[in-house]
Design a protein around this ligand. Structure first.
Ligand code: CU
Length: 148
């Protein structure tokens, strides 16, 4: 029976891999005044995120501070920058971790958001970078969402 069980496990494994790919979801975030709603989206690897009502807004994973440019995305992941006003959709996000983004014109008003793909692998590293201001507030929200 051992062989039978491992075969069954393999079949179930293949089936769940297939259904994971088939069931990749798109998660919609709405821009509303100077906030993204929802602020934090938790998604499965391979899912996508798209933004609506983006007139006057953009999404950008590149953060700039006095020490230069930095991206708060998982190692090996690709960042993204949309055009102003574009209802942008990401490629499938396959690298697990936290992706922070902001709307440049409204970042001063704290307009940023986060995507958690699978496990928040890089969250501690982001916290350890000692974020300040709007970035710190965004990271707090991500920590709360990750703990839920
Ligand atoms: Cu904006």
């Amino acid at each position: 029976m051992k062989y039978g069980k491992s075969l069954l496990t393999a079949v179930i494994g293949a089936a769940s891999l297939f259904s994971a790919a088939a069931m990749a979801e798109n998660h919609v975030v709405n821009a509303s005044l100077t906030a993204f709603d929802p602020l934090v989206v938790k998604i499965a690897p391979g899912d996508t995120v798209s933004w609506q009502q983006m007139n006057g807004h953009l999404v950008n994973t590149t953060f700039t501070d006095a020490s230069g440019e930095q991206e708060f995305i998982p190692e090996g992941a690709e960042g993204f920058i949309s055009q102003m006003g574009e209802n942008y959709q990401t490629k499938p996000l396959t690298v697990e971790g936290v992706y922070l983004y902001k709307c440049d014109p409204h970042w001063g008003a704290g307009m940023g958001g986060a995507i958690i793909v699978g496990e928040p692998t890089n969250l501690q590293a982001i916290v350890d970078s000692n974020p300040k201001g709007a970035l710190r507030r965004l990271v707090k929200k991500v920590e709360q969402a990750a703990a839920e």
